[in-house]
Structures are given as structure tokens and as C-alpha cells.
Ligand binder design. Structure first.
Ligand SMILES: [Zn+2]
Ligand SMILES: [Zn+2]
Length: 348
């Protein structure tokens, strides 16, 4: 079969011929219906080097995947061949306290995981291929009725990651509150939809690109602001001087973190989702009182079940552009150029 593989750090992915995987005991092979192209893949190709993460190339890219069960290994029950499924992406040990409650991204026994701190498309072979081996059957979740694998694929990361970040701030997202989404890209546009579907907060979308603001409004943002020197002040004006109860930074650069801190309301949340690598000085005088600042990474397996439900009911629908496997590199190029709208999904 064909697979889009990352051969080395700081290299371009290559479409090559590899053997089809066969499932061992407790494993599942999924026929891929859709594999999302994530902005973090660009960091894998261009920025990371040996030692940055506890795993290395070569491996097949694609860490947001859905499709149909193709083959079951010995001892796997509860799944049937041909059944539409999503693959939960972060693969932990399965036995530590975090993994037992379905929070594999924060596994505390990574030495026992299939790959330490990674998963399919992150150290092990992912879904940018015709078939994908999932080494733990518990990571394969049946799709609710009516959800197409092409749309389910981006929900496993571009949906799950913002969902987790938003869900943990639900208590601060009542009807009188305002949420700010910085960066209306692959994750941010789904974040706007999730805020509208699961909270009564007013939503302000912020981006440097006009097209992204248009997408934010299409997704339900009440207000869209072009990012500039006065954005924090504009957010304060739009909130009666109070500021935003919850700021979700899907970029994570110095400038966006500074904007988030300047725009946050006292007792608000500033959540850093984007892996832009920026930093924010935090001290008694530098952020509003009792603002909680946190990073998040991906989401839990129970949360993915909830996101898939939102997808099946049409409440959350990633704007997906599809690409065949031999044009996956085009999707990444458009992503790098900032000309990709919403999420690219590779359909092998
Ligand atoms: Zn991702
Ligand atoms: Zn674990």
C-alpha cells in the first residue's frame, strides 16, 4: 500500500510503497476513510530534531484518523469488520491512573506505552496510508450513526483539542460571559463551533487574516476582529470594559499570549492551546487578578465520545477540504502558506 512517511527530522514527507499491516493479538487494522493534516505536522517536518520528543522518524504521518474496521487481532471483541470508527490519537500505557480514566495524553507510565508520549503519526505509523495499525483496540471508537469518517477524522484532534480546552472552562462560560478565540485555523474554527454548541457565551474571533475572520463568523462568532495593536482594548470595549472571561489562544506566540493576558477579565481563564512556543511573563502586576493560565494537550477518550456525538448531530462540523494521498504535500504547502481554509483531510 502507499503511505506518506516522514523519513527524517527536517525533511519533506515521501509517498512510498510499504507492506499492509496485519493485527497482532489485541490490535486492530483500520481502513482509512480520512486522515487530517495538522499544523503540528509542519513542526515535525521543519522544526523538530533528535531529542525534542522521545521518538524519531521514520513513520507514516497522520494523527487524526477515522475509517472502517478492516481486520481484528486475536482477543479483540466489541468491534466488527466494516464498522465505521474513529481512532483516539494519544496512546498511553492503559494501566496508570490517567490512562484508566481515559486521559492518555497525560500517561504517567510512558515507558509502557506503544511509543512514549506519542501515537499513530507521532512516532508510530499514522493514517496517511490506505491502512493503519492500531496497537490497542481500546483506542478504536465506533462512530455514532450518521457521522462520515471524513468529518470524524478532524474531530479526533481539531475537534477534541478545542473541546477539552473549552470544557474545562465551562463554569466560566455562562450567558453573560465572553470567550475570545485567537487564531481561526484548523482548530480555532472548530473551537468557535464548540463554544456556540455547548455554551451561551458571546464569542469573539481574532485573527490576522480577513478570510479567517469570515470563517469565524460562518462558524457562529458574534464578533470578528482583525488582530492589531488595539485588539485588547477593542475586546475590553466590546465587553463593557470587563474583558474576556475565557481566552483560548490557538497560536501560542509571544504576541498572542500578550494579547490574551491584556484582554482577560479578572478571575478569567487564559488557555494556551497553540504550540507556537511563545512565552508570557506572569507576575503579580502583569496579569489581571486571579486569571488562571494553563496549557492543554489534546483531550480524553470520554471527551472524544462527546465530540463525535456533537459531530453526528451536526452541531460541530469542521470545514474540511479533501485531498487524495498523492496531493497530501499540497495540503501541507497550503497550510504553511496560510491559504488553507479550515482543515485539510487526506482521503487515501
Ligand atoms: Zn494535531
Ligand atoms: Zn498510562
Amino acid at each position: 500500500m502507499r503511505a506518506l512517511r516522514l523519513p527524517n527530522w527536517k525533511s519533506e514527507p515521501e509517498l512510498v510503497e510499504v507492506d499492509e499491516p496485519t493485527p497482532g493479538p489485541g490490535q486492530v487494522v483500520v481502513k482509512i476513510g480520512g486522515a487530517g493534516a495538522c499544523h503540528s505536522d509542519l513542526h515535525l517536518m521543519h522544526d523538530f530534531e533528535a531529542g525534542a520528543v522521545p521518538w524519531n522518524p521514520p513513520f507514516t504521518l497522520g494523527h487524526e484518523n477515522a475509517g472502517w474496521v478492516h481486520a481484528l487481532g486475536d482477543g479483540v471483541s466489541g468491534l466488527t469488520v466494516g464498522q465505521p470508527v474513529a481512532v483516539y490519537g494519544p496512546w498511553g500505557c492503559g494501566t496508570c491512573e490517567r490512562c484508566r480514566v481515559g486521559v492518555d495524553p497525560y500517561c504517567e507510565n510512558v515507558a509502557e506505552a506503544p511509543v512514549p508520549g506519542g501515537g499513530g503519526g507521532l512516532g508510530l505509523d499514522g493514517g496517511m496510508a490506505e491502512y493503519m495499525l492500531v496497537p490497542q483496540a481500546r483506542q478504536v471508537l465506533p462512530l455514532p450513526d450518521g457521522l462520515d469518517p471524513v468529518l470524524a477524522a478532524p474531530l479526533t484532534d481539531a475537534g477534541l483539542t478545542p473541546y477539552h480546552a473549552i470544557r474545562r472552562s465551562w463554569a466560566k462560560l455562562g450567558p453573560t460571559s465572553t470567550a475570545v478565540v485567537i487564531g481561526v485555523g484548523g482548530l480555532g474554527h472548530v473551537g468557535v463551533q464548540i463554544l456556540k454548541a455547548t455554551t451561551a457565551a458571546r464569542v469573539i474571533a481574532v485573527d490576522t487574516r480577513e478570510e479567517a475572520l469570515k470563517l469565524g463568523e460562518e462558524c457562529g462568532a458574534d464578533l470578528a476582529m482583525l488582530s492589531g495593536a488595539d485588539t485588547a482594548q477593542e475586546i475590553r470595549q466590546a465587553t463593557g470594559g470587563r474583558g474576556a472571561d475565557v481566552v483560548l489562544d490557538f497560536v501560542g506566540a509571544d504576541a498572542t499570549l500578550a494579547l490574551g493576558a491584556a484582554a482577560a477579565r479578572t478571575v478569567g481563564d487564559l488557555t494556551i492551546v497553540g504550540i507556537g512556543g511563545g512565552t508570557l511573563p506572569v507576575g503579580f502586576f502583569s496579569v489581571p487578578y486571579e486569571v488562571s493560565i494553563q496549557t492543554t494537550y489534546w483531550g480524553s477518550r470520554p471527551e472524544l465520545i462527546e465530540v463525535l456525538e456533537l459531530g453526528a448531530r451536526g452541531l460541530v462540523k469542521p470545514k474540511a477540504s479533501t485531498f487524495p494521498l498523492d496531493e497530501a504535500v499540497v495540503a501541507y504547502r497550503k497550510m504553511r502558506d496560510g491559504t488553507l481554509e479550515g482543515r485539510a483531510v487526506v482521503v487515501p
